[in-house]
Design a protein around this ligand. Sequence first.
Ligand SMILES: [Zn+2]
Length: 469
Amino acid sequence: MRPSYLGRILLRWCDACHVPVLAERCSCGAATREVPVTPPGDARPAFPSDIAMINAIYNDHFGSPLVPEGHICLLNKVPDKDRMEEIIIGGGIAGSIRYIPEERRYEPIPRPEAGALLKPSRRFVVVDDGAVRTIRENAASVLAPGLVAIEDTVNAGDEVLILSRDGTCIGAGRAKVSAETARSMDRGQVVRTRRNIPSRIVTGTATWETAVNANRDVLIRAEAASMEFVRNVSEQNALQATISYSGGKDSLATLLVVKKAIGKLPLIFADTGMEFPETYENVRAVSERFGLEVAATDRPEKFWERFNELGPPAMNARWCCSACKLEPVLALIRSRWGECLSFIGQRKYESQRRAQSRRVWRNPNVPAQLCAAPIHNWTALHVWLYIMREHAPYNALYERGLDRIGCFMCPASDMAMIHRIESGYPLLWDRWAHHLNHWQEKQNLPADWACTGRWRVREGFQNEEDSDC
Ligand SMILES: [Zn+2]
């Protein structure tokens, strides 16, 4: 099924302030223009470490970094076999990065618009004036007769930029042959040009502080609507109110809104025992900063018991959520309050399922918990701008290239993230890999089952336990 937008995409750009704006008009008064992101389109800020990684990938391949100094950059995850992210600079899509798990590396996939930002010294071709128009307008292939020059290191399968004789970038695509072969050809295809929706890049430096100011009215409106929702739900339900806090950005924004609307509440933290050290640290920092009590669940005892019985949890066999979150949360609520109302950081832009879910609900597995989602209608960018405005202490994992906070061994992770966790948290991962290998041996599974991530999907298994992890 083709991916679709999960709500109206609000991402726009102010060319006067050089920042994203989630409204048709910037706080500076200028009209904004649409950014043509690929669905679902829940773009987020690129942190300095993300920008360093993007620049290393482009520099490695093209001999030039992509993101200019001092520019705001966003990342937009798009559907792919593993992980692919669009890179938004100056209000346009400059290109993407795509992870190749087998090679443990990202490849850059530039758009022609990247030519406004980088001057390639590697992996480019130059075409004759006569070929420029059809390449630019119709994404025609680069053919041998129209080729003026091809840089030495180009290999078949490489991403290349297509330049005109004056050095203007007119297209991007994949080389069909190596530089050596191309030079010996009289006819045939040298580069297969890619067709993309064009977008406009207007460069200019800006800070995230400017972005927060540019979205001043947007944030005031979003906050007011969410606070009203919180007041209404708590007035209509005479239950102990709580905030479900995971250590992630969405639950942090929820906490801020709820606290402002109805005051201090206890935080429910489902301690799965599989959290990153940064997450424990964030829960501590947040509770201290806002003076909120943390009601943490007991660490699940059943996890290893079930692992030994069922093998590791998989995307289509997520027994982990009920064992590590739902059951302990239910036990906690029953013992503390009997029943409670919990404000949760769910957003419709996160997934198709969440887009269709209601804003107030009960999970049949946790009947003692009435759930409500104050920031249901917020995009990731609303959340980040709001957290920045409030100077709230967010989880340090976001600055280390992880965009989803949860159990470190979540089977829903892509290989790009798993490889990052493997190298960044070797002790944590080794322990997990040890258990995977043990199960692989015990079940006579193929030798690459554990290390290639095949454990994340249970073969021949139907039951998709839809969970809230
Ligand atoms: Zn502006």
